[in-house]
Design a binder for this molecule. Sequence first.
Ligand code: RRO
Length: 301
Amino acid sequence: MRLPHPIVNASGTFDAIAARRAFGDALLARFPFAAFVSKTVTVEPREGNPPPRLWELAGGMINSIGLPNKGLAGYLAHDLPQLAGLPVPLIVNVMGFSRDEVGELVAAFGERAEVSALELNVSCPNVKTGMVMGADPGETAALLDHVRPRTAKPLIVKLTPNCTSPADVAAAAEAHGADAVSLVNTLRGMAFHPRRAGEPWLGGGTGGVSGPAVRAIALAQVAEVRARIALPIVGMGGVQSGRHAHDLMQAGADVVAVGTESFRDPLAGARVAAELGEIRANGGIMPFAQPGPRQAIAHNV
Ligand code: RRO
């Protein structure tokens, strides 16, 4: 897959169908990402976790969304036709509660011409079994052995930071037929209710931490995974600026995903891509030699 620039969205952080409703055809003319990664699809429809589902942190947020989606049949009937109209390649993110379920999803999307690649979500922190297949190299290998024969489309394995060694899992994915890996998914975290003693704020109890708070962790994990595998890496975690994207590329990412920042600024992807382009044209040196105070805050320089 050839992309005009290296910035995509992190799964679940940009609703292209809602954005199209809000911004109309202007969204298609200036789509902020080089490829679109869908929110996770499961075989059966899901309501998601009970509210509250978000907690804002000084350095980002904790989500406990719990994979609400229309299920495979609903997605094929309602979402896929709309996403097929986007001006960029579509990557569908899927998750199953067993190998057979992931196999069913891979086979179904694998035969759709609208789909350019699949991302296997083996790293969701918000359902009990969400990370079973992605926290252990043997489980990841067994999953890939099961699903790899079901499609010729590229398979991207989304890694969890909530395990002993993401690099071991990445190496297993590479050895068993993955075409790329993406990391990091969110880090498990929690917050207490400010007015009810002992009660967690999030309906799901715990959630996934994202945003600037996880940026340094993402950088270290991408560097560790890059040292182990030769596959393309989609790096993500707290990217707010071209500089942050460039840092992830220095750590070994080939493509960078913008996630939490898109909630603050739906056009963040386009801005990050433009800033990254300037930095790369300047030989990897920040072109803004003397950032003003606003920039210093926004870019954390
Ligand atoms: O839906 C979610 O709660 C969710 C998912 Br599937 C995921 O992979 N990562 C995350 O932080 N939240």
